[in-house]
Design a protein around this ligand. Structure first.
Ligand SMILES: C[C@@]1(CC(=O)O)C2=NC(=C\c3[nH]c(c(CCC(=O)O)c3CC(=O)O)Cc3[nH]c(c(CC(=O)O)c3CCC(=O)O)/C=C3\N/C(=C\2)[C@@H](CCC(=O)O)[C@]3(C)CC(=O)O)/[C@H]1CCC(=O)O
Ligand SMILES: NC(=O)c1ccc[n+]([C@@H]2O[C@H](COP(=O)([O-])OP(=O)(O)OC[C@H]3O[C@@H](n4cnc5c(N)ncnc54)[C@H](O)[C@@H]3O)[C@@H](O)[C@H]2O)c1
Length: 217
């Protein structure tokens, strides 16, 4: 039996949200690139920052405050990430963020984290995320590489096509059935086999049966 309850995995939508990153080293840089990809408004507080972080700050992609963390810095943030080389700073940041009700992650101490960061592989809209509940990050990284390699371009096509159909078709049982066809049924299998023409023909026939107007992507 695990000593803690299971972690609860989520995919955060950070667009336009304020994220504070405390620390400016290699680990912080990885965090910064990931939250910027997610469209967050990023503030970095650290006396030293990597060249990449400095360049991003000069380009206006993030705000860098070149000083140590101070009490109150977590106020008004939606999320706080701490990645310094000083465990006392991690503890201070985690305690203050928690007291303010702001979710916090520290790169060096799983016990201080409200959430941990899984190892991540991306293929189009598909994300493979592996967590080991803080127990084996190197194993999470290894598994992530193995699993991500199994996501092929056919899966990406199926995901994109499914996304397009969800956007254009009204909700309901018929849409659900068609989306299952695309994801794991005959249409998906045709796409996987490289039979794109046959897949489109089958999809058009299904759309006609649904009496839905419009072009396929
Ligand atoms: C997955 C990944 C994502 C990311 O960082 O973005 C990530 N660690 C990665 C790699 C990695 N980290 C470490 C090693 C060396 C081997 C080892 O020590 O085991 C390797 C392997 C490598 O580098 O190949 C060292 C390490 N990590 C933590 C501690 C502190 C501690 O455990 O006390 C120490 C000791 C530090 C020291 O001793 O100084 C803690 C955490 N690391 C986490 C995430 C969270 C739990 C994730 C999970 O549940 O699996 C958590 C809890 C904090 C957090 O949420 O950040 C990323 C994979 C990137 C990729 O995909 O390749
Ligand atoms: N989660 C992971 O994947 C993982 C992997 C390896 C290491 N770590 C841990 O991540 C942490 C950071 O590692 P790193 O290699 O990026 O370290 P680093 O030494 O390259 O950078 C440390 C950064 O912290 C900043 N800093 C120091 N004191 C500060 C303060 N009071 N306020 C604000 N910023 C401060 C420094 O200016 C510097 O930018 C370490 O604790 C390390 O143990 C995590």
């Amino acid at each position: 039996m695990p000593s803690h309850p299971m972690d609860y995995p989520v995919c955060l939508r950070l667009e336009g949200r304020s994220v504070l990153l405390v620390g400016g080293g290699a680990i912080a840089e990885g965090r910064a690139l990931a939250v910027l990809d997610a469209g967050a408004r990023l503030r970095v507080i650290a006396p030293r920052a990597t060249d990449t972080l400095r360049t991003l700050a000069e380009g206006g992609h993030l705000e860098w405050l070149p000083r140590p963390y101070e009490a109150g810095d977590a106020r008004g943030q939606h999320l706080v990430l701490a990645a310094t080389d000083d465990a006392a700073v991690s503890r201070q940041v985690a305690a203050e963020a928690r007291a303010l009700g702001v979710w916090v992650n520290t790169a060096d101490e799983p016990e201080l984290c409200d959430f941990t960061l899984p190892s991540i592989g991306r293929r189009g809209p598909i994300t493979v995320a592996v967590s080991s509940a803080g127990q084996a990050p190197a194993l999470a990284s290894h598994l992530r590489k193995t699993l991500t390699a199994q996501v092929t371009r056919h899966h990406v096509w199926r995901a994109r096509l499914s996304g397009w159909l969800r956007e254009h078709l009204p909700r309901g049982t018929e849409r659900q059935q068609l989306l299952k066809q695309v994801a794991v049924g005959d249409i998906g299998v045709l796409l996987e086999q490289g039979e794109r023409k046959a897949a489109w023909a089958r999809l058009r026939a299904d759309l006609r049966a649904l009496k839905v107007p419009g072009e396929t992507p």
